[in-house]
Design a protein around this ligand. Sequence first.
Ligand code: GDP
Ligand code: MG
Length: 349
Amino acid sequence: MPDLLFWIIAGGIALALIVGAVIVIASNRKAKAVSEGAAAAGIEPPASRLTRLRERLGAAENPFARGLLALLSADRLSESVYEELESTLLAADLGVEPTAELIAALRRHIGISGANDPQAARAVLRAELTDLGQPELPRKLHVLGDGKPGVVLVVGVNGTGKTTTVGKIARLLVAEGNQVVLGAADTFRAAAADQLQTWGERVGVPTVRGQEGADPASVAFAAVERGIADHADTVLVDTAGRLHTKTGLMDELGKVKRVIEKQAPITEVLLVLDATTGQNGLAQARVFAQAVAVTGIALTKLDGSAKGGIVFSVQRELGVPVKLIGLGEGPDDLAPFVVEDFVDALLGD
Ligand SMILES: Nc1nc2c(ncn2[C@@H]2O[C@H](COP(=O)(O)OP(=O)(O)O)[C@@H](O)[C@H]2O)c(=O)[nH]1
Ligand SMILES: [Mg+2]
């Protein structure tokens, strides 16, 4: 009898080991397949995107970072250095209140001695900017649905970078092994649908489009219908951003939203905002946020923008997290917004 017990236990352990090994091998294979898929498609992995984020946001290329660096390299933190920093932060559209808070914190921590200790100044800036960035906000982009495709509705003023951002997101999703359908609900100009389709063709995903001047809602409907039929993981719907009148915008986006939701819930409403437009862009964002319930912000053109402070102020203004940042016109110039990485890149270490 003890013999039998021994063999039962030994057999059980062996079976558990085999099952474990199979699971490990299978998951490695999947991870490898996904990363190989991304590599084959020539899509850049997140790690090297981070390196470029540092380059694009660093003082050499970014006026906002240059202003911060000027403070760090001053010999003495005289009144004029504080004043200069204040105007830099205001010009960067950090916002009046956050700027005052940040300057007060610097004075409190390092202002007394007058001598500039760049390490201490950098530490205070890092802590204060990180705090302003609200690192606790949830930033996951909701691209997957429950049993049906996830639907991402992309809205924003014309020229902010909606179509480009949809293309960049499609690349990321395909690289992660997802099946994607694009919906060209910007039917105002045929060129807009062509532009989206080009992005789609490059990563091998279909684009659903309509005639020029067709009802945007009908195209959005058809795109989601196609996504469901294809068992796609995600449908990305690009829209037109004509800011004709507020009621016009509300009617149009409201209709697009209702029509989509007849088939599948919208998992993310992404507002695309151009970082170079500063306060003006912020005013536009407010109008869109009133027209449709925005769940995330993609802030584009942060490369070279002197208005990088808008990352912090837009979240405060709208109460919606920045989820993605655009760092250039290239297909992989899009990064998830991580407050700590962003602040590190600005402060240059
Ligand atoms: N420098 C820079 N240019 C961008 C970025 N995102 C988009 N653009 C450019 O902005 C212009 C308008 O983009 P588009 O996607 O057509 O905007 P849409 O009208 O909102 O769809 C194009 O020339 C894009 O290449 C970015 O992050 N950085
Ligand atoms: Mg467009």
